[in-house]
Ligand binder design. Structure first.
Ligand code: PCA
Length: 317
């Protein structure tokens, strides 16, 4: 209302952004995204209104990046390593056994971010913040004692690393998106195993199908929140600053939330009769070898950029 005496008419129009989520509304990644949207809307003092869309409406996670590039939606939240064909350095957080704690993951992100921001900027995308999923472990219908137990089984995959690990183990990769496609496969019993977090196991109520979770802590893949650079650059300076500040806060709250969810979800798996165990002794050396092989393959695909992450990371910076 502009009825106040002496009040100047509003000279600016409100900008509306929609962020497309790659995961359902009850998943902690999307909850954190919704908080970011609400905080940013508030901080922009009416200049920017940000809302989170609904999973799959209309974009599946695999379509979000293109939709943002084409200006169909201003931004999104997707699994970074699923974009590693276009943005090679996004795959650094899915290299098996490179990180085995949140502290490692945070240090990796510090080095990865510099390169990834640049790669994305070159394609017209503004990277806002990243949040890790809890450590990746192995779910299985049957007990896994050694590598023989993985041969020929159907293993759900979600990015190039999980596909390659399935191949190296002699399992059959079945790519399934988080959400309805995975829920359906679990209900129909068409997969025997998968590598993902405790959190996703709970979200998908995997106990209807899986009986075992091996807490392998193989890697900490991250979700990226980004917008089109065009949408970002169209904002005035103060609002751009509000976006950057809100993104920083969302990154901090997201990492804390991930860590909390990680422990809660492990307990919830156990409450639902899933047996939680460490990596089976006979499987461990095979996984380690596959991890090393994967890292070598990754370096040769990514090239010189890999140095920019590996050298500072492994020299403890
Ligand atoms: N959950 C996502 C990706 C990694 C994770 O922990 C999924 O399984 O789809």
């Amino acid at each position: 209302m502009l009825s106040g005496l002496g009040m100047a008419p509003v000279a600016w129009a409100q900008t509306n952004w929609t962020l497309a989520p790659g995961y359902a509304a009850n998943v902690f990644m999307t909850q954190n995204l919704a908080q970011f949207a609400a905080d940013l809307t508030k901080a922009s003092q009416g200049k920017l209104s940000v809302k989170v869309g609904e999973l799959g409406k209309p974009f599946a996670m695999t379509d979000i990046r293109t939709a943002v590039g084409e200006g169909k939606v201003e931004g999104g939240n997707v699994l970074g390593s699923a974009l590693s064909k276009e943005f090679p350095t996004s795959g650094a957080d899915s290299i098996p056994f490179m990180t085995s704690s949140y502290a490692d993951a945070k240090r990796l992100w510090k080095h990865q971010r510099v390169l990834l921001e640049k790669e994305m900027a070159e394609k017209g995308l503004k990277l806002l913040y990243a949040v890790p999923w809890p450590a990746q472990g192995l779910y299985s219908t049957k007990p896994v004692n050694g590598i023989e137990d993985m041969r020929g089984i159907k293993m759900r995959t979600y990015n190039p690393t999980t596909v390659r690990v399935a191949e190296l183990m002699g399992a059959q990769a079945v790519e399934l998106a988080n959400g309805p496609p995975l829920v359906k496969a679990l209900a129909e019993g068409t997969i025997d195993s998968m590598i993902t977090s405790s959190a996703t196991g709970v979200d998908m109520k995997v106990w209807q199908r899986f009986k075992h979770f091996y807490d392998v802590r193989a890697w900490y893949p991250k979700n990226l929140t980004f917008v089109s650079a065009k949408a970002f650059n169209a904002l005035d300076e103060a609002t751009r600053k509000a976006v950057v500040n809100a993104a920083q806060a969302a990154e901090a709250s997201g990492w804390a939330l991930s860590e909390k969810v990680s422990g809660d979800a492990l307990a919830e798996l156990q409450r639902n009769q899933i047996q939680v165990s460490p990596t089976p002794g006979e499987l461990a050396p095979h996984l380690k070898r596959f991890g090393e092989r994967f890292a070598r393959e990754w370096i040769s695909t990514v090239g010189i950029q890999a140095n920019g992450i590996f050298i500072p990371y492994y020299t403890g910076q």
